[in-house]
Design a protein around this ligand. Structure first.
Ligand code: NI
Length: 259
């Protein structure tokens, strides 16, 4: 099977993989998976991402601090956390800073989230590493930060509107990724987005173990399920599944590997 699936965003360090992680990961290439970018959410999981990338040839790592990790931090020691993250950036298979961003769904104070996100945007600029951004119910502020920093990066599991999409591409060198939500029965905006996003700006992701596409909605997700998301987007755009997989793989290689 030709390996065309590039999973732009996943979390295989999650405890949901504790019982059979190696088995699942090792089976991915024969199911068509070309590459996976595992994302850290704090130093510990970022280090795990780097370890996976050493163990599995097709794994790459993103290292960063997620907004949901902010409540566990002592913000006055932010530079120490950043130094830790920065120490992982030199690794040959680290391809991005992330996952970082803003989350207004959970009750997490906004100000420290802004400080931690902004510091990583600066780090991304200083090191020329792409940044992987989580935006959950924080579209306005996320856009403001994009305007301010014009980063190169990925707005992962994009949940904004078509109107916002046009704004996103005006600032910096941004891509978006779509995952299982586009296949959900009640999906309306993600379907519009899948139709409108320029083909050279689209990536596919799982956010595994979360957000499994139909027909596995609610079950544990893994990168081989990207085929269902690709099928849905192919149907929406009137294209072949192979073409969707090829274009999104090319875009991910461009973003993460610079080729
Ligand atoms: Ni994630």
């Amino acid at each position: 099977m030709e390996r065309l699936i590039f999973d732009a965003h996943a979390h295989y360090d999650d405890e949901k993989f504790d019982t059979d992680r190696d088995e699942i990961i090792s089976s991915l290439p024969e199911k068509g998976v070309f590459a996976v970018v595992n994302n850290g959410v704090d130093f510990e999981t970022s280090l795990k991402s780097v370890e996976f990338s050493e163990k599995y040839p097709f794994f790459y790592s993103a290292v960063g601090i997620h907004p949901e990790s902010v409540p566990d931090m002592d913000i006055s020691r932010l530079e120490e956390y950043i130094d830790q993250i920065e120490s992982l950036l030199d690794h040959e298979k680290t391809v991005a800073i992330g996952e970082t961003g803003l989350d207004y769904y959970w009750d997490i104070p906004k100000e420290p989230q802004h400080i931690v996100f902004e510091r990583q945007l600066k780090l991304s600029k200083d090191t020329s590493m792409p940044i992987i951004i989580h935006d959950r119910e924080a579209h306005g502020d996320t856009l403001d930060f994009l305007k301010k920093y014009c980063p190169k990066g990925l707005l992962h599991c994009y949940s904004g509107s078509v109107e916002m999409l046009r704004e996103v591409f005006r600032y910096g060198d941004m891509y978006i990724s779509l995952g299982g939500t586009v296949t959900f029965k009640n999906a309306r905006v993600p379907v519009e987005v899948a139709k409108e996003v320029p083909l050279d700006r689209l990536l596919l992701e799982t956010d595994a173990p979360y957000l499994s596409p139909v027909p596995y909605r609610g079950k544990r997700n893994d990168s081989s399920n990207i085929i269902y998301t690709a099928q849905k987007i192919a149907e929406i755009r009137g294209m072949s599944v192979t073409d969707i997989l090829k274009f999104t793989k090319e875009n991910a290689c461009k973003l993460y590997f610079g080729v």
